[in-house]
Design a protein around this ligand. Structure first.
Ligand SMILES: Nc1ncnc2c1ncn2[C@@H]1O[C@H](COP(=O)(O)OP(=O)(O)OP(=O)(O)O)[C@@H](O)[C@H]1O
Ligand SMILES: [Mg+2]
Length: 352
């Protein structure tokens, strides 16, 4: 007999389709936590996905099929997430309403809150129920995503025989996996630095209070290294991640790292300032970095010095069961930061 709480049936496969690579993660729910069943990533051809848009569905579909086959993932239900210009996440203040009334209000009034034509978007909302005894006002999280962009992803996934059952937002997936690993109520800034974008999400009392997407990431470093030495992107990438020794190029590479990291740190400091301007007396407890860009040598230390806030690199598997005989522990440690969003998607469930 199969115990219901050991079943994997309700958990979906997390698929994080980034601009550099696709990450897949399959988990199993055990009593109070999760076990890692399977995970991995595959690099995408240049330009196949950019700014959250699917430019080459065929190449991406092929890469997903190959990745899932390599990992022997058979589940068809998947969760993906979106970010970038195609999605608007906004918190609005409204008088408390019943669910049905709120839905009717949002449908009728959404246009005043979002810069897109209402017919062109999928809308979703959640009452955060922040009303108190003294105030009848509540905050409602509104999400609007461009149909055109989402439909491209859904068509591509269905085209390769998958069943997309959840479409999440990068920042929410990150927040969910962070909270499942670190349940204590800290004031924390989650910063995911990918290949082409940085997502900053400051959370206090389990609620997102500052959320920003910045179009900057680790590919910038590769481009600058490639330009600087007049070498192909692949060679520059290998130098960047330390796969090939830099030798006499080291000094110039360090300069490139320092100037780009300074820009990133500036953006993070701006978000922290915004946080303090709204909640002056609540100190930020820590900064948690994820995404491949968080692995840039020296970044965490530099960020900590500049902000005076403790910095740590996110390990989404911190509280999960892992079997070193199945998945190498060193591989898990190395891939952990990039896997954060995929893992946040893999804890989503499906009732379909
Ligand atoms: N040690 C390292 N130092 C610097 N950069 C690294 C390192 N390891 C990986 N990266 C970079 O991280 C990026 C990949 O990270 P990630 O998988 O989070 O990006 P992505 O999700 O595909 O992109 P995005 O979210 O921006 O669309 C690549 O640009 C890769 O070169
Ligand atoms: Mg990413």
């Amino acid at each position: 007999m199969k115990l219901p709480f050991l079943s994997t049936e309700k958990l979906v496969v997390g698929l994080d389709i980034g601009s550099h690579s696709i990450k897949a993660c399959e988990l199993r729910q055990t009593d109070k936590t999760y076990s890692v069943v399977n995970l991995g990533s595959i690099i995408l051809p240049e330009g196949a996905v950019d700014d959250g848009t699917l430019h080459d569905p065929e190449a991406v579909g092929k890469a997903i099929t190959e990745l899932l086959a390599n990992l022997r993932i058979k589940h068809k239900k998947v969760a993906i997430s979106i970010s970038g210009y195609s999605v608007i996440v906004k918190k609005i203040h409204l008088a408390v309403m019943e669910e049905k009334q709120l839905e009717a209000y949002i449908t009728a009034e959404a246009e005043q809150y979002i810069p897109f034509d209402i017919d062109d978007v999928y809308l979703d909302f959640q009452d955060l129920k922040t009303n108190t005894e003294d105030s009848n006002q509540t905050e409602v999280m509104l999400v609007a995503a461009k149909k055109e962009i989402i439909d491209d992803y859904l068509d591509m996934l269905q085209g390769i025989g998958l069943q997309p059952v959840v479409v999440d937002v990068d920042g929410f997936a990150l927040e969910n996996i962070y909270e499942s690993n670190y349940p204590q109520k800290e004031n924390v800034a989650l910063v995911d630095i990918g290949a082409t974008k940085m997502n900053i999400n400051i959370i206090t009392n389990g609620m997102s209070v500052v959320a920003k997407d910045i179009p900057s990431g680790s590919r910038q470093l590769t481009e600058q290294i490639a330009n600087s030495f007049d070498i192909p992107m692949e060679e520059a990438e290998a130098l960047k991640i330390g796969q090939t020794p830099a030798q006499e190029k080291q000094e110039q590479i360090t300069k490139i790292f320092t100037s780009t990291c300074a820009q990133w740190v500036l953006e993070i400091k701006k978000a922290i300032d915004l946080y303090h301007s709204n909640r002056a007396n609540k100190q930020l407890d820590k900064l948690v970095l994820s995404g491949g860009g968080s692995k840039v040598a020296g970044l965490a230390e530099y960020l900590q010095r500049e902000t005076n806030v403790p910095v740590e690199i996110f390990n989404p598997f911190a509280k999960m069961h892992t079997n070193p005989k199945q998945i190498d522990s060193e591989y898990l440690n190395t891939i952990g930061p990039e896997m954060a969003i995929a893992t946040g998607l893999a804890i989503r469930t499906s009732d379909i």
